[in-house]
Ligand binder design. Structure first.
Ligand SMILES: Cc1cc2nc3c(=O)[nH]c(=O)nc-3n(C[C@H](O)[C@H](O)[C@H](O)COP(=O)(O)O)c2cc1C
Length: 223
């Protein structure tokens, strides 16, 4: 873009940005499968095939004891009949939020496809055994970092991170089966899962799965 056409203000810069460009996939809600797990699996598989960067990254939104909402990005660990799983420290702010108010939202966005998936539901910790399995499947470096267990606490001296991680690494070399006590696999069991397919002409297609007594009902939503 020639210099004279460069946006000069933040507002202009934001207005100049393109959205939903390129070829977007079609979405036919009338042919959607019976469960949100099946449709999610199909969409995630397509995002992987399209080389979306970290397609398994999602925003986890929680609510604190005082009602303040907050959100952060986590990696999805599994999807099954029970729900969508993620792992973290039980003593972290998100772990404390979930202990106080075990409801949360998960949001995925796959830009190449202009697709968003939103889930809301209840969150429960998995068994110690399943959390331990998740921990032991992590790389040595990730286990060492998790073993430090100070996530989100104030850091006075950056050198302390290196020292604490080296200490954890040495411990893990002595005790390779060691599992960080606070490491927890959580599963969100959704009450609703909404699939949103963006469209350049803004004729977005939205399909919500709503939990019913014997499975799921579906509902189209206005864009
Ligand atoms: C792509 C990406 C993946 C992440 N995955 C995780 C994860 O799986 N578990 C985790 O505890 N933090 C993960 N984080 C870091 C979190 O976003 C967050 O900074 C950290 O968990 C502290 O959150 P809290 O203070 O709200 O508890 C990830 C960050 C990014 C950007």
């Amino acid at each position: 873009m020639p210099a004279e056409q460069q946006p000069s203000t933040m507002r202009e810069l934001l207005r100049s940005l393109d959205v939903f460009s390129g070829d977007l996939p079609e979405f036919h809600p009338e042919a959607a499968p019976d469960t949100p797990q099946e449709l999610f699996t199909a969409w995630l598989t397509e995002a992987v095939a399209a080389n979306v960067r970290e397609p398994h990254a999602m925003t986890l939104s929680t609510v604190g004891k005082d009602g303040t909402p907050t959100a952060r990005v986590l990696l999805l660990k599994d999807v099954g009949a029970g729900g969508w799983s993620f792992a973290s420290h039980a003593a972290s702010p998100k772990g404390r939020d979930l202990a106080a108010a075990p409801t949360a939202a998960l949001t995925f966005y796959w830009p190449q496809q202009a697709r968003q998936v939103r889930l809301c539901g209840t969150v429960a910790p998995e068994s110690e055994e399943r959390s331990a399995q998740d921990f032991l499947a992590r790389s040595l470096g990730s286990r060492a970092e998790a073993l430090v267990g100070m996530q989100s606490r104030p850091l006075d001296d950056p050198k302390s991170v290196l020292a604490a991680t080296e200490e954890s690494l040495a411990r893990l070399k002595r005790e390779p089966d060691l599992v960080a006590e606070e490491w927890t696999l959580y599963t969100l069991s959704p009450n609703s899962v909404e699939f949103w397919q963006g469209d350049k002409q803004r004729k977005h297609i939205r399909l919500a799965y709503l939990r019913a007594d014997d499975g799921w009902t579906t509902q189209l939503l206005w864009p």
